[in-house]
Design a protein around this ligand. Structure first.
Ligand code: AQP
Length: 331
């Protein structure tokens, strides 16, 4: 990592096992960009607790997420890997930013609207403030680029608004203004059971998502049972969200264009598309799953990577936080 490289930062919340949506929307792009940027990738366990988590499961998924990053191709020698709760500056800066963020702005966040609906009467305040913690995550590292799926774009936008507001008040060089990087294909992989809803790790229907822990057999079954429509012709159009989703998964993984893939299915049935997509996912995700399992068994290596990463992160984040405190007059 050299000083001249711009900073890139991204994370996944260990609120459950990661899905192929997280892989295509986030991890794959991290791997592609890791040589060009000074990279910081972490497991955002403080974000995960904005909805109730089982403590044992949370610990397991926190480590598993980072093991998945490495298994997917992130090189810990090139990127800094860490766990959010091991860097206290995230929670500290989040408090400060909370004081410069407006209720109206937070109320407009679509993810808050969607997630709060599932919480019943008692909506945790943390769910409302989630984007502020994400802003702290990003701004602490003077991040230039944040690769995210479509669902997180709004959170990067509010981060920019908060940063600009604070820069106007306390000096233009306080925070670098980050840009979101949204992948051209695969920014929103849909549920296999409801192709009108995003594939999510916390979907109560386990058949809606392909998890990075799924066995080959589970992957094959889930994709073959993917909800499509009553048509037969394989084309990419608005009325075929299930088919579009499978085509998108193939395009994101193979790098082929959608028209190219559609052309290869002339005269073929939905079943062919499902089997090919399932096989492609087995081929791609199988080695990642096996490598993740190996890393989870060799815990000492993973813990060492995370300890080194947390130390570097505390140092970098500490510099920004110190400057923020100084400029706003905190002792
Ligand atoms: N379906 C998806 N398609 C493309 N990208 C996706 N991402 C998530 N789902 C998809 C991207 O993965 C990164 C990490 O997401 P996150 O863990 O921070 O939270 P999320 O967006 O809320 O992801 P989930 O899977 O839907 O989690 P739960 O169910 O816990 O809320 C982000 O870059 C995200 O865009």
């Amino acid at each position: 990592m050299t000083e001249s490289k711009k900073t890139m930062l991204s994370a996944v919340a260990p609120s459950n096992r990661l899905t192929v949506g997280n892989y295509i929307g986030a991890l794959r792009n991290w791997v592609k960009l890791q040589d060009q940027y000074d990279c910081w990738f972490f497991s955002v366990n403080l974000h995960a607790i904005t909805v109730r988590q089982d403590p044992t499961e949370l610990l397991e998924q926190t480590y598993r997420a980072v093991a998945c990053y490495i298994a997917a191709g992130i090189d810990p020698k090139k990127a800094t890997l860490f766990i959010q709760s091991q860097v206290p500056q995230h929670a500290e800066l989040a408090w400060v930013l909370n004081c410069f963020t407006y209720m109206g702005e937070l109320s407009r966040m679509t993810q808050y609207k969607d997630k709060s609906l599932k919480q019943g009467q008692n909506i945790p305040a943390g769910l409302f403030n989630y984007p502020v913690l994400m802003a702290a995550d990003i701004l602490l590292y003077q991040t230039a680029l944040v690769p995210v799926g479509e669902d997180q774009k709004q959170h990067v936008e509010i981060t920019r608004d908060i940063a600009l507001r604070m820069n106007n008040l306390y000096g233009k060089d306080l925070f670098r203004i980050p840009e979101a990087y949204i992948p051209p294909v695969g920014a929103r992989i849909m549920s296999l059971q409801n192709p009108l809803a995003k594939m999510s790790k916390s979907d109560p229907d386990p058949n809606g998502a392909v998890y990075l822990t799924d066995t080959n057999d589970q992957i094959l079954k889930k994709v073959k049972r993917a909800v499509t429509d009553s048509g037969t012709e394989i084309t990419y159009e608005e009325t075929k969200p299930g088919i579009n989703n499978l085509l998108t998964i193939q395009a994101a993984i193979t790098g082929k264009t959608i028209p190219e893939i559609v052309n290869s299915y002339i005269g073929k049935q939905y079943g062919h598309l499902k089997v090919d997509t399932a096989n492609l996912l087995v081929e791609t995700l199988g080695p990642i799953r096996d490598k993740t399992d190996e890393l989870m068994k060799d815990r000492s290596y993973l813990l060492q990577v995370l300890e080194d990463g947390a130390e570097r992160a505390r140092e970098r984040a500490g510099q920004t936080l110190k400057e923020v405190y100084r400029r706003i007059g905190l002792v």
